[in-house]
Structures are given as C-alpha cells and as structure tokens.
Design a protein. Structure first.
Length: 447
C-alpha cells in the first residue's frame, strides 16, 4: 500500500523548470479504483474560495495550471457557474438539498440521505468544521474530519500543506475501498471539501516567489488569508504581493490535484467514477476595493467559480457550456447520475447533464447575501444593495464589473429588477413556478 502523503512530499516545484513534476505511483499500487463497471460512482471535489479567473481553462495565462488544463480537456467546462450566496452554509444547503439561497427554510431530503437510502455508500471528507457540522451532512454514512494545525509560516514542503493532507486522506479512503470486499459491489459518493483559500495560504514560499519579476518586491510571507478594505491610495505593489500569494496557492492546488487525479484514474477506464470539481464562492483580490470577505456584497469575484465534470465514458469532453449554472444544479446532476428520486419542493436545480445534452436551458441566475441581491442574464449583471441602490454591468465583456452603465441604460433597470423580484418569489414557492420570458430588449446583448 502506497503512502499517499509521501506522494505529495515528492512533488517538485514548478518554479524550477528542470524539475517539472510528473507524478508516478508505484506499479504494484496503481489499481486504486477497482470498481464494478456496472456501478455508477461519483467523486465531488469542492475547493473553497477558488477563483475561476486564476485557472488556465478559464483564460488565465499568468499562472500555469497544466493539471487543470488536462482535466478541462477531458471534461465539460461550464463557463458561467455562479454561486447563489457567498455564505458557506447557505451555499452547501444548495449543494445538498437543491434549494436556492433565496428559498425559505424547507424540510426536504438531502443528497446524502437520499443516496444512502438507495444503498449508495456516502462519504464526506473535509477539513472545515462548518461543512462537517452542516445539518445536511448528517446524511453521510461516513464522515472523516481532517485535523487542522495552526500555522504561522508557510510549509517547508508540499506534503505538509493542509490541501495535501486532505487529498492524501481521500486517496487512502479510495485505497481502502478498493481493498474492501464489502465495497466491491456497492456504489459510492465521495464528497471532498477543502477549505482551500479560506484556509491558510501555506504553500512553500517558492510557490508564490516564482510569480515575482526581478523588479517586483519580494512577496509577503503572511499565511492567514488577508481580509481588509483596499485604501484609495493603496500601493499597487501590496496588492501585487497578495496576488502572488494567491497564485502560489493555485499552483499548489494544481500540483496536488495531479497526484489525486492519478489515483482516481489508476484503474480501468470502464471503472472510473464521475468527477465534478467546483467551488462554493470566490475570493476578492482587490476588485471593488476588497481583499477577502470584508462585507456581504456580491460581485463576480465573489460569485464566479469553476465547474468541470469529467464523465467516465468521455462524454462531453472538451465541451464549453455557456449556460448559467448554480450550486443547486450540482444536486440535480448527482440525483440524475445515480437515478435517484427528486421531490418537487427541491426542484430548483436542473441536471448539468441535461444542459449539456440540450434537454434544458438556463437564461438567468440570481444570488443573495444579506441585503444584497444580484441577477445575471446572458447580457447583464444587476447588483442591488437594498431596494434603491442598483448598479448595472454589461455581460459577458465586463467580466469583473469594472464599468457601471446604469446611467446609460436606465430604461432597462425596471425590467431587470422585476425579473430579480420574480426569481426570488419563485425560489420561495414550494410548488414549481414558470418564470416569464426575458423581454427582447433585455435579452439583446448587442448594446
């Protein structure tokens, strides 16, 4: 049996080109996922505060993410996956119950309890106490809490980072499941939640240092994620240092993901599980004068997250889907994958597989955080702070809402606000509600 933690320790730093990491597992231990091909299994990996804009598949050319690039080449990628709330417990309610963040409290069966009742072995592995203690987490038959050690400085090597230890635990679970006779003919759902960038930025210092040019200041050595307002006269070098540190965490994630995925794909292709990677929320890195979650506002940097699905049969590989999707769609997708029943009261999300097959369509999504609400359509992003303070941004060109245009498109505001109000009312209803069509003047992106 291989030691998963030692595999992460052997990763070599990408900042040294001659030592580019090419992980390999011992031949005797390569059959990690020996699953029955008649069974459907699924692995969900959720990385908290993961910004889509820092990944190569989403257009980033500054941070090298070869593992993410390869995963995207084998997966369906959703260009416009948006969180419905930057509040973690609320976002997980959407993941695990199919309810939208705008829905009121509703007693509906959760994903894990529904799957467990159908004979699927459900497992939650996390290093976040909020996720482990979530009411819908009780439905998992097995919960594994990865301990968190207080850190005051960056890790000396990859194997000592929080992310590596979490994924090593997941690899060890897969190995144990492969060797277990009781698991041989039983499907499983493995849900892995990492604190990600919400946790310590503990990548070895070289990971952030590689992004600094000769003329740049030495990157800061902080470990605790920064949470503060950006001053109007802020030194740009300070923000650049924070971005270098975040990029170092992305590079660490890409390296660790490479080891983890090799373990997942080690068995025969017919035995591989469905793999879904996403995040519940992003991390502001200076946009709109915010570093980290300083308040309850919701812009693209808070909401736009990655979402990739790799199907074991190679279906939809290299597809880039432009539908608007949200966390409740992950719930519907997994129910669809395992052919599980779905109650009408938790009907908000729709299967991402159906979107890819052209059997469904999503032309709007919404988000809420405190008094802030947002509506996203193909052409517009409406941000409302309270009832009267609304901002408008043109999509998809204005990716991070840098240019406010409500003063030039005032005639659109009443219609967009009405659509947002309608969405919120519909999300709060127990019975399905048909949303009205988006008026042509609002749907038109050629403005």
């Amino acid at each position: 049996m291989i030691c998963a933690e030692s595999e992460f320790s052997r990763i070599r730093l990408r900042c040294q080109p001659q030592q580019h990491f090419a992980p390999s597992l011992p031949v005797a231990n390569r059959r990690v996922c020996a699953y029955n091909p008649a069974m459907k299994n699924a692995i969900v990996l959720v990385i908290d505060r993961l910004n889509a804009g820092f990944l190569g598949p989403y257009g980033n050319t500054w941070v090298e993410t070869p593992c993410f690039n390869q995963l995207a080449a084998e997966s369906a990628l959703f260009e416009f996956a948006l969180s419905d709330s930057p509040d973690l417990p609320t976002g997980y309610r959407s993941f695990w119950s199919g309810l939208h963040a705008m829905s009121g409290h509703r007693d509906v069966p959760g994903l894990a309890s529904t799957a467990s009742a159908a004979g699927i072995h459900t497992v939650l592995i996390t290093d976040d106490e909020q996720v482990a203690a979530h009411p819908w987490a009780d439905g998992f038959r097995e919960k594994i809490a990865v301990p968190v050690s207080p850190l005051v400085q960056a890790a000396a090597e990859i194997g000592q980072t929080q992310l590596a230890q979490l994924l090593a635990t997941a690899i060890e679970w897969l190995q144990a499941a492969s060797a277990s006779s009781t698991m041989a003919d039983r499907p499983f759902l493995l849900w892995i939640h990492s604190r990600g960038m919400q946790g310590p930025w503990d990548a070895p210092f070289e990971f952030r240092e590689q992004f600094a040019d000769e003329d740049d200041p030495v990157p800061p050595k902080f470990v605790a994620p920064p949470v503060r307002w950006v001053a109007e006269d802020e030194d740009p070098d300070q923000l650049l240092g924070v971005q270098h540190a975040y990029a170092g965490q992305i590079s660490l994630l890409d390296s660790c993901l490479e080891v983890f995925l090799e373990a997942c794909w080690a068995g025969p292709e017919a035995n591989q599980p469905l793999f879904l990677l996403t995040s519940p929320r992003g991390y502001p890195l200076g946009e709109h004068r915010r570093l980290g979650p300083v308040d309850q506002t919701i812009y693209g940097e808070h909401l736009h997250v990655p979402c990739l699905i790799r199907y074991p049969d190679g279906a939809h590989a290299l597809v880039r889907c432009h539908e608007l999707v949200q966390p409740s769609d992950v719930f519907a997708t997994l129910l669809d994958w395992f052919a599980l029943p779905r109650v009408a009261a938790a009907r908000w999300g729709q299967s991402l597989t159906n979107l890819l097959d052209g059997q469904a369509h999503s032309d709007r999504v919404a988000a809420v955080s405190g008094s802030c609400r947002a509506l996203r359509t193909a052409a517009w992003f409406l941000h409302c702070d309270g009832d009267s303070n609304c901002s408008l941004f043109a999509k998809p060109d204005d990716r991070w809402e840098a240019n406010e245009v409500s003063d030039r498109c005032r005639e659109l505001l009443p219609g967009l606000i009405a659509l947002l109000d309608e969405f919120q009312r519909a999300a709060s209803c127990v019975e399905p509600v048909q949303l009205s069509e988006i008026p042509p003047a609002i749907a038109n992106s050629q403005r």
